[in-house]
Write a protein that binds this ligand. Sequence first.
Ligand SMILES: Cc1cc2nc3c(=O)[nH]c(=O)nc-3n(C[C@H](O)[C@H](O)[C@H](O)COP(=O)(O)O)c2cc1C
Length: 375
Amino acid sequence: MTVTASATSRAARILSRPITLNGLTVPNRIAMAPMTRMFSPGGVPGEDVRSYYARRAAAGVGLIVTEGTYVGHESAGNSSRVPRFHGEEQLAGWAKVAEDVHAAGGTIVPQLWHIGMVREQGQNPFPDAPAMGPSGLVTAGAEPTGKAMTQTDLDDVVAAFATAAADAERIGFDGVELHGAHGYLLDQFLWEGTNRRTDAYGGDPVARTKFAAEIVAAVRAAVSPEFPVIFRYSQWKQQDYTARLAGTPGELEAILTPLAEAGVDVFHASTRRYWLPEFDGSDLNLAGWTKKITGKQVITVGSVGLDGDFIGAFQGEGSPVKGIDNLLDRLEAEEFDMVAVGRALLQDPEWAAKVLAGRLDELAPYDAQAVKTLS
Ligand SMILES: Cc1cc2nc3c(=O)[nH]c(=O)nc-3n(C[C@H](O)[C@H](O)[C@H](O)COP(=O)(O)O)c2cc1C
């Protein structure tokens, strides 16, 4: 890749500006995207997980969003190697992760996760508890195979998120991210394909947002007012990469407004390619629309620094490097406020340091082998 001197200093200038998210000052605009790694046997993040995150903080990542970590609800997950955000040993492991990231000069938030009906897919080491979701459907058009959540189930999950957020603050994290994206529990409520409820939690987009908004409000009430609450959402679903939550800006507004009013400080708009316009008639991407609609700070994500999107990574594909001029243009125009980087940071722990120093010519293509180790 050929990069001019003026382009390199521009990257450093635009990305190295600090930003304050509610009460948290992040040293620059680069976040690490949440990435499930399954290197935490028994749900306990150990020494290797600590150094994995600390290495990236030391090399210039301003904000680390951890891999999805299960909240304390019996049906939250389906892997014994995904870290849990409940239990003494698990939280002690996480406290050390936060401590190491801080010592390296970074900031860190856990991504709090309940997978809902996706629990039916893959390994399930906790067979005693059912898979549950709004209507017991794994995906649009499926027959119900799981439990449609009762009011008690809903209340229990709200409480589990609130407890996890309070624990995050207590053990030294800088904020929380709520996983409302990619077809997992919160998104199963947001998406009409999986939400067939006829009570107050189903129906139009505002009703479908009620459950997520209750979680945001409970989390907000469980932490200090200045503790940042980030909400991640997406159009795409892991059950259907082409699915859309909102077909128009108006539908998006109906979903985002109750979440913003419930206490979200920052939205994290997950897309596969940040440079694609979200709706006809405007160049704004999903993050841009989110900022325009809510007035909140927004993180963008999706193929930053890479040409091929992450779906290829799950099929063992690599990706060539792609320049970030378009990203810098959008950041400079304040279309969004921060940028999250996924695979490029798996590939190269030094990615942020290289970009911030204008050493863009040293960036390497993504090799799918990167996902196999915790280096
Ligand atoms: C190995 C892997 C694991 C992921 N796990 C999560 C996760 O736990 N939570 C989440 O919200 N997104 C997850 N994602 C999606 C990423 O956060 C990110 O949105 C996606 O990879 C696009 O960014 P990229 O093109 O920079 O890789 C994962 C992606 C990858 C490649």
